[in-house]
Design a protein around this ligand. Structure first.
Ligand code: A3P
Length: 281
């Protein structure tokens, strides 16, 4: 069984996410107006979003994405390494976080810093990712993982609560909500949406380069983005970030009973959101 860092009743990876950093992010870290924060529950397509944003910043030039590890380009604020990079660097900051809203720096909520929140149906992706690392407790089956997931007994806590809380910001001008499922269906449309949100004007050929260098295949082959640089003692055979990159994979995995159990909890937890709010199949 894996050890966790427990903070405010939520388990975080014991490796790389110490309590002290979580306390610092929550209570000390001050977000600046010009910062851009990429927020997701793990396995929502975070790294794809980071890659796209980095490529938008360079107008499609892949030099940056191909020379610096993804976690150095947009540091994860809750990790010891990421926090250290951020506090030593003069802003504006591009940063990533999986933190639930109530544990994020309070300074965000009175700031104009931009937030992109990406959501996805993450269960199956998480089952493989965490199961092939030593960062999380390994379930004996997908059925067990579904049970843990529905109760929120997984790394970073409840997916439902993560989404519910962050979506309270969805009407704000400095908040952009994206769906992985949308990104897959219309990647160019999503890239343009991000450009508009960031006030970046890219030429058509630059947009094509963003698409090209953030494609699944190119990212899979880019050692700076595919997690092949991850510390070997943390991973098990079969570990990969770039697994399938598809939507609706639950259909290939869930039994009818698991799909029904998921749906029941989903309906209960997400009650109150407008119909059509969630796009997954
Ligand atoms: P799968 O496990 O379903 O393949 P995160 O970055 O939040 O950890 O999310 C990882 C998921 O995003 C993985 O899903 C991975 O394949 C997918 N992903 C990463 N880069 C992608 C890309 N360029 N296009 C589509 N999916 C991508």
């Amino acid at each position: 069984m894996s050890d966790y860092t427990w903070f405010e009743g939520i388990p975080f990876p014991a490796f790389g996410v110490p309590k002290e950093t979580l306390q610092n992010v929550c209570n000390k870290f001050v977000v600046k107006e010009e910062d851009l924060i990429l927020l997701t529950y793990p396995k929502s397509g975070t790294n794809w979003l980071v890659e796209i944003v980095c490529l938008i910043q360079t107008k499609g030039d892949p030099k940056w994405t191909q020379s610096l590890p993804i976690w150095d380009r947009s540091p994860w604020i809750e990790t010891d390494i990421g926090y250290d990079i951020l506090i030593k660097k003069k802003g504006p900051w591009l940063m990533t976080s999986h933190l639930p809203m109530h544990l994020f720096s309070k300074s965000l909520f009175s700031s104009k810093a931009k937030v992109i929140y990406l959501i996805r149906d993450v269960l199956v992706s998480g089952y493989y990712f965490w199961g092939n690392s030593i960062l999380a407790k390994k379930p004996d089956s997908l059925g067990t993982y579904v049970e843990w997931f529905l109760k929120g007994n997984v790394l970073y806590g409840s997916w439902f609560e993560h989404i519910r809380a962050w979506l309270t910001m969805r009407e704000l001008d400095n908040f952009l909500l994206l769906y992985y499922e949308d990104m897959k269906k219309d990647t160019m449309g999503t890239v343009k949406k991000i450009c508009d949100f960031l006030g970046k004007k890219l030429e058509p050929d630059e947009l094509d380069l963003v698409l090209k260098y953030s494609s699944f295949q190119v990212m899979k082959e880019n050692n700076m983005s595919n997690y092949s640089l991850m510390e070997k003692e943390l991973i098990l055979p079969g570990f990969t970030l770039m697994r399938k990159g598809t939507t609706g994979d639950w259909k290939n995995h869930f039994t009818v009973a698991q799909a029904e159990a998921f749906d029941k909890v989903f309906q209960e937890k997400m009650a109150g959101f407008p119909p059509g709010m969630f796009l997954w199949e």
